[in-house]
Design a protein. Structure first.
Length: 244
């Protein structure tokens, strides 16, 4: 068994997963599966794919890496990129069909790369493994950032307390990672039965959540509002953990 690759999972991300009855590893796998090389070269919108792909772009823009390209055959890489761009510009075809048409190109491109920083599998721990798809590996290699960096950045952007505080104060900022997470809470990438039984701890959370936004209406400072929401979520996270 390969060793864990030492990923750090923020408390706010753990809290969000517990609140929405999501397994963190499933959220991460769904995120990986929705990173799209096609979307990185297209102006189209595809639910989930755009948000995941933009999250990687956002991180790489904030953390530019000038390392050498992993392409062993630059001419072939350029050809693949041009082919994807050509498909993305076609009219009379849906964005999803364009993405699917790019799958064979993406597969060949991934096979042609000199993989310096990615392997097909990423181990969260000894028993939990994530499968890195072709698109995700290509973006890691071309942007020269590790899967660990991208996944930790994605998780760091998930905070229900920050989300709620910004909504309450009308200070919403662009956050593709959070937008993706919210799509997951609505069922994106989930095939299994997701029926939730509202136990006592869950019902307590629901009841208090209905009232706290009114109680905090007078708190107009973002940091103070967020801190109070953090206390609220942490309290119920601890109760929900006990009830599992």
């Amino acid at each position: 068994m390969e060793q864990s690759q030492g990923i750090t999972m923020p408390l706010d991300f753990k809290i969000a997963c517990v609140i929405y009855h999501l397994k963190p590893e499933k959220v991460l796998q769904t995120f990986i599966n929705h990173v799209s090389f096609f979307m990185s070269l297209s102006t189209d919108y595809l639910r989930g794919f755009r948000e995941a792909t933009n999250t990687l772009a956002e991180f790489s823009f904030e953390n530019i890496n000038y390392s050498a390209s992993p392409a062993e055959n630059r001419d072939f890489t350029i050809k693949c990129v041009r082919n994807v761009i050509e498909i993305s510009k076609r009219n009379g075809i849906s964005a999803e069909k364009k993405r699917k048409k790019c799958i064979p190109i993406v597969r060949q491109l991934n096979l042609s790369l000199n993989h310096q920083i990615t392997k097909p599998k990423f181990y969260l721990d000894e028993n939990t493994v994530l499968e890195l798809c072709d698109d995700f590996r290509i973006r890691c290699e071309m942007l020269q950032h590790t899967p660990k960096e991208f996944l930790e950045y994605f998780m760091s952007k998930i905070s229900l307390a920050d989300r709620d505080a910004r909504i309450a104060l009308n200070k919403i900022n662009e956050n593709p990672a959070l937008a993706f997470f919210e799509l997951v809470t609505l069922g994106l990438g989930r095939n299994e039965d997701t029926t939730i039984v509202n136990g006592e701890a869950q019902q307590d959370f629901i009841d208090e959540y209905q009232t706290i936004k009114y109680e905090l209406f007078i708190v107009r400072d973002l940091e103070e509002h967020r801190a109070l929401m953090k206390q609220f979520y942490l309290k119920h996270y601890q109760e929900l953990i006990k009830a599992i």
